[in-house]
Write a protein that binds this ligand. Structure first.
Ligand code: 6GU
Length: 271
């Protein structure tokens, strides 16, 4: 996969040299190219922003440098191929594991992280006529710019590329992996030593009984999801649950409506 990033803060993307993404690059599994947007300005001050039409606070990123940058990047690739454009913005659609999986299948991504109040709308509108474009938010909070979102999205996508994670099995149980553990949060994990600061580990994990261990892990996942992400219980597919799952959810205060969906009329139930 090739990834281009256009930014006014190339240094912000230095973490892409480290850890999983850095190693994938070193192995040639990922070709990351970070570009300084100001190289596509022509005035003495390398201006990338201007005041908003209609008034209001802050500044808006000018369309011309972005247009030149994106055209140059497109021209640097194979004839007749367009990248997928990923526009980080708090007003985008939520970034999810599903979108990470979808993006991981693309050969070429271009990220356009903005500062200030965002990029002149005509840029996205113009490229959306020729390229696949995704405007994406990484959560319900506001960052000063999209660069941190590029780091987040790139890491989520890169670890899904073939050969990037050591063990192909490692994806299957990911919290939020489509189809894995019925979209539950993962429960706790433990390693040696067996006692640490007077704390031991759940006995079942030492039992060697794989069936019981799997059941216990699933229970832990349900308890954690019920406590921290009740929205995931509400939208979980009842057909993915067995009798034991349903009994545990009932114990946690969940009831099933006529459609089989789970709801919790009384609100959270204390563990
Ligand atoms: Cl992608 N950008 C900015 N600036 N803020 C955000 C965001 C993105 N996602 C959540 N907050």
């Amino acid at each position: 996969m090739r990834i281009d990033v256009v930014t006014i803060f190339p240094e912000y993307l230095e973490p892409l040299n480290v850890s999983l993404v850095g190693k994938a690059r070193a192995r040639g599994q990922l070709d990351v190219r970070v570009h300084d947007l100001r190289q596509w300005t022509h005035d003495r001050h390398h201006t990338v922003d201007d005041t908003p039409y209609g008034g209001g606070p802050g500044m808006v990123m000018k369309p011309e440098p972005w247009g030149e940058a994106l055209d140059a990047i497109e021209a640097s690739g194979p004839q007749g191929t367009a990248p997928v454009m990923v526009v980080p913005t708090p007003s985008g659609r939520p970034f999810t594991q599903r979108l990470a999986v979808e993006l991981s299948a693309k050969p070429w991504l271009v990220f356009t992280p903005a500062r200030y109040e965002g990029i002149d709308r005509r840029v996205v509108d113009a490229y959306a006529e020729r390229w696949e474009v995704h405007e994406v938010s990484i959560g319900d909070y506001v960052l000063a710019g999209g660069e941190a979102a590029v780091l987040v999205i790139t890491e989520a996508v890169a670890r899904l590329l073939p050969g990037v994670l050591g063990n192909a099995e490692s994806h299957r149980d990911d919290s939020f992996a489509p189809g894995a553990m019925a979209d539950l949060l993962e429960g706790p994990v433990y390693t040696k030593p067996p006692v640490w600061r007077d704390r031991d580990i759940p006995e079942v994990l030492l039992s060697g009984h794989h069936g019981k261990i799997a059941r216990w892990r699933r229970d832990q996942a349900f308890r954690r999801t019920s406590a921290l992400r009740p929205d995931l219980i509400e939208r979980c597919d009842p057909a993915a649950l067995d009798k034991h799952d349903r009994a545990l959810l009932a114990e946690l205060g969940w009831t099933q409506g006529p459609d089989g969906r789970f709801g919790r009329p009384g609100g959270p139930v204390e563990e």
